[in-house]
Design a protein around this ligand. Structure first.
Ligand code: SOE
Length: 393
């Protein structure tokens, strides 16, 4: 019988539920060195947290995150709360010798991310692991894409093109939630989903972004006060007062990678019809890889060295035993979903805690995403490089 790994999850929303599912599932499908046990679920509202704890299989609920830090029977603190809580919970947990999984983006600004990284470095010297939850890295198709790029199958990388499109904020009457509040979330679409594209891109091509040129846009600058949160959005009372939105709805930027690749990024939560289109394409000297989360079990691969007359993108079904993570699940062709990424994340974290492999992304790597987020905001705030188009004939 494996030694248990006792987990406290902080947050009962969409992400808290998703992580709880992952912790419950991982050791049933993967061979893990330790078996996760759901010890404590922390939420803000006493009744709702108690109900969620029962539903999700936690031994106990709590309304105080300090309990997760103070209890000797907690080994891992998993932070699924809004960004403003990441630093206090993560730093306290690391100082108390607890391993930490922290949702993305790591922090609400760069200075905070750097402080969290410093705490993680000190904790690492005592064998404590800290990881940031950039879950898309755990998509088998994207892991395959990374392997192909690393193996030189597309040659020198020239273009990285990423678009993360959602539409859950398209309706101007969709209520104000924490993801629209700078104090709680740090930024809007940029940190919420643009951060995923930045992380995926840097990880896929094994390179870092060194400069950006950006624009941010807020289309709906007031939204009705929330009555009840459901999923990502929720319900507002009829005639509810409106709150000022102080974060971006959409972002677009170009980027330079250190080894010369040229990046184009777009993210929005107002692209009607796109529920969760997370796309990325990389073009290299000898070929391309292209991924779209809407077909998350597939990777498109173009090999410019194929026979002339037989060239074209081929669609690889990336859920066969040869593909990362996929062999632990269903027979080929039976498909994986969004929740599997979080299960894979737990698998990687548990193996890192057992010392079998390094945690990735660690806080230092997640801080590089934060540097890009900061650079995007700085660039968008500096209008001096914007060149007007001459409208006269
Ligand atoms: C909302 O935009 C959200 O839930 C993000 O917060 C997640 O990170 C992303 O995976 C799905 O969309």
């Amino acid at each position: 019988m494996n030694e248990p790994l006792r987990v406290a999850v902080v947050g009962t929303g969409f992400m808290g539920r998703m992580h709880a599912h992952a912790w419950r599932t991982a050791h049933r499908f993967f061979d893990l060195p330790r078996n996760p046990e759901l010890v404590l679920l922390v939420g803000r509202d006493e009744q709702r947290t108690a109900a969620a704890a029962r539903e999700l299989g936690f031994a106990e609920p709590s309304v105080s995150w300090s309990e997760a830090i103070e209890r000797a029977d907690v080994d891992v603190v998993d932070i699924c709360a809004p960004g403003q809580l990441h630093e206090p919970v993560a730093v306290a947990a690391l100082e108390a010798g607890k391993h930490v999984l922290c949702e993305k983006p790591l922090a609400n600004d760069l200075a905070v991310a750097e402080r969290m990284t410093a705490a993680a470095v000190l904790a690492a010297a005592r064998g404590v692991v800290a990881m940031c939850g950039f879950s898309y890295r755990r998509t088998p198709a994207l892991s395959l894409a990374r392997r192909l790029i690393r193996d030189g199958r597309i040659g020198e990388v020239r273009h990285v093109r990423a678009q993360y499109l959602q539409d859950w904020l398209s309706d101007s009457e969709s209520p104000f939630t924490w993801r629209l509040d700078r104090e709680q979330a740090g930024s809007g679409t940029l940190g919420d989903i643009g951060a995923h594209s930045i992380d995926t891109a840097q990880w896929l091509v094994d390179d870092v972004i060194t400069d950006v040129s950006a624009r941010l846009r807020t289309f709906v600058d007031t939204r009705p006060q929330l009555a009840e949160q459901t999923g990502l959005g929720g319900r507002a009372y009829a005639g509810a007062p409106r709150r000022q939105v102080d974060v971006d709805d959409a972002v677009a930027f170009t980027a330079q990678f250190s080894r010369g690749a040229f990046g184009v990024f777009e993210a929005t939560r107002l692209a009607t019809g796109h529920r969760n289109s997370n796309r990325i394409e990389v073009n290299g000297e000898h070929g391309s890889v292209a991924f779209d989360f809407r077909a998350m079990n597939e990777l498109e691969f173009y090999d410019a060295r194929d026979e002339a007359g037989e060239q074209g993108f081929r669609r690889i079904q990336a859920n066969e035993p040869e593909h990362p993570y996929a062999g632990a699940w269903w027979p080929p062709g039976h498909g994986l979903g969004y929740e599997h990424l979080f299960t894979h994340q737990v698998v990687d974290l548990v193996r890192a805690i057992a010392g079998n492999e390094p945690a990735s992304p660690d806080f230092a790597e997640a801080t590089h995403v934060q540097r890009v987020l900061a650079a995007v905001e700085a660039s968008a705030g500096d209008q001096s490089r914007i060149t007007p188009v001459n409208q006269k004939g």
